[in-house]
Design a protein around this ligand. Structure first.
Ligand SMILES: *Cc1c(COP(=O)(O)O)cnc(C)c1O
Length: 375
């Protein structure tokens, strides 16, 4: 964490951990000549990642955004349809609905853990609704039983956006197996990475087949260059999959470390917590969060008022996501008080897997000085 180009320590928000194993597997893939999407690591990665999440089929793709797009397309989402999404998430969740020609319909998040609020979903369901798409924000699972039972009642599909939640558990079950299709991202700052990359998981053979067809130019797997549908090139490469297999072998350690980092932050900031000056993302009794990011709310300060002073002292931070209402082209109608509130007061502290307890202590010391004394 000591950068050569500066004298002071810099604490990045989320650095990947790349070790000997990653380098060995990627070298092996490069040397084999299987550099594109054919090659043994792709199948291995799909099988091992789906097994890890207790899903039957894994369909690897080139990033988490197209994973969501592919899932929605495979479920037949198109023009005139509505997809229910949370008002606070990374923009890709909303965009993929628009990429299908459908309309995103926004639901506020619950205070405390900031997942889609099941109590506010039903009022947004119309005859056009086709899918509910909860997002396991910052690694904390949504209340899936409540969401899935609403979906059953109204004959809707559920797509989990699990891009931030590899290894998180809901009622003791890994996210990724709790809906019709679960979508993951392996971007460089996620819990595990393939550089760019993603995966759709499902236990429905028909859906898996459809996604495999669409992601590979719509080409009939049994008849080369025969294309029954208009498809896409959304494939993951063997090189990326090699990196993924190496990362997957350590994912449980990564999640444990992420949880440890948040526990250290809570310990170091316990005075501020007791005084109510900061509020950490709540962990529900039914959840084991993957703790992708150390996310907290400030009681009497805004993110904007702290970020520059923290950056000057080497602490990289992130704001929470802006609510859908911040962007006029999404036409978010209604009130989203929680999404709007957390966006102003939320701050994400450095959450790299390789952080030490000493670094967390140092970061907390700087954070307290900036919060309480402005510098
Ligand atoms: C990262 C992320 C995505 C998109 O994944 P990419 O691999 O970057 O395309 C989608 N949804 C959420 C919630 C994310 O955090």
């Amino acid at each position: 964490m000591f950068r050569k180009d500066s004298k002071k320590e810099v604490y990045p928000i989320a650095e990947p951990v790349i070790g000997k194993k990653e380098i060995a597997y990627v070298m092996d893939a490069v040397k084999s000549g299987w550099v594109s999407s054919a090659g043994p690591y792709v199948k291995e990665f799909e099988e091992k990642f789906s097994t890890f999440c207790n899903a039957t089929y894994g369909v690897s793709v080139s990033n988490g955004t197209v994973a969501l797009h592919l899932a929605l397309m495979a479920l037949g989402v198109g023009s005139g349809d509505e997809v229910i999404v949370p008002a606070s998430t990374f923009v890709a969740t909303w965009n993929t609905v628009i990429h299908c020609g459908a309309t995103p319909v926004f639901v506020d998040v619950e205070s405390g853990y900031w997942g889609m609020d099941p109590a506010k979903i039903e009022e947004k369901i119309t005859p056009k609704t086709k899918v509910i798409m909860p997002v396991h924000l910052y690694g904390h699972p949504c209340d899936m039983d409540a969401i899935v039972s609403l979906a059953k009642k109204h004959n809707l599909f559920v797509v989990e956006d699990a891009a931030e939640a590899h290894g998180a558990m809901y009622q003791g079950k890994r996210v990724g197996s709790l809906s019709d299709v679960a979508c993951f991202s392996f971007f460089g700052n996620k819990i595990m990475t393939t550089g760019e990359g993603g995966m759709c998981l499902t236990s429905d053979a028909k859906l898996a087949e459809k996604m495999n067809l669409l992601k590979n130019h719509g080409m009939d797997p049994n008849k080369k260059y025969w294309h029954p549908v208009v498809g896409y090139n959304y494939r993951l490469t063997n090189l990326q999959a090699a990196l993924g297999v190496a990362q997957l072998e350590q994912v449980e350690t990564f999640v444990e470390k992420k949880r440890q980092i948040v526990a250290w932050y809570k310990e170091e900031l316990r005075d501020l917590v007791t005084e109510g000056r900061v509020i950490f993302q709540e962990e529900k009794s039914w959840a084991t969060s993957a703790c992708w990011m150390a996310a907290l709310l400030l009681k009497d300060a805004t993110y904007d008022s702290l970020k520059d002073a923290l950056r000057e002292r080497g602490v990289q931070t992130r704001p929470f996501f802006y609510p859908a209402t911040a962007f006029p082209y999404y036409h978010a109608v209604g009130d989203f008080p929680v999404a709007e509130d957390i966006s102003k007061r939320g701050i994400i502290l450095p959450s790299s897997i390789n952080l030490t307890k000493t670094s967390v202590k140092k970061i907390c010391q700087i954070f307290k000085e900036v919060l309480l004394h402005g510098k």
